[in-house]
Design a protein around this ligand. Structure first.
Ligand SMILES: [Zn+2]
Length: 135
């Protein structure tokens, strides 16, 4: 494991840093996975621990030291040992393609800045911000 992994501290519960994908003065990209080993099957309620495969999802996080931060979430797809259905894991820290703290940050910024300023600051599409503010 490269030594720089330990320099990134995300402070997200039950999220493990796998590697730093990109680390520049402007951008930070970090590959992560959930450390949850057991999930309840949404179809039958069985407690599942068998990972079938993994899909990548890009999740925008709040800035780290002024850098725009994206988490590359290696999202596990579980296979239920009881009903054989497959399902993708969810995580408390993530809401769609944003971390919850990033969503809160955008809403807070939108209350004190124009949408255009929030767009410029975070480099996100204005529709993302408008959707959050309306919700
Ligand atoms: Zn099941």
């Amino acid at each position: 494991m490269p030594s720089d992994v330990m320099r990134v501290r995300l402070h997200l519960r039950q999220i493990r840093v796998l590697e730093v994908v990109e680390d520049t003065s402007a951008v930070l990209r970090v590959r992560v996975e959930s450390s949850q080993t057991q999930l309840q099957c949404p179809h039958c309620g069985f407690k599942c621990h068998k990972v079938h495969d993994t899909r990548e999802r890009q999740v925008r996080d709040a800035e780290v030291s002024g850098r725009r931060t994206t988490l590359v979430w290696m999202r596990h797809r579980f296979s239920c040992g009881n009903c054989s259905e497959r399902f993708l894991e969810d995580h408390d820290s993530f809401d769609g393609k944003l971390t919850r703290r990033m969503a809160h940050r955008l809403v807070a910024d939108a209350q004190v800045m124009s949408t255009r300023a929030v767009v410029r600051r975070h480099g996100m599409h204005w529709t993302v911000i408008m959707t959050l503010v309306r919700a």
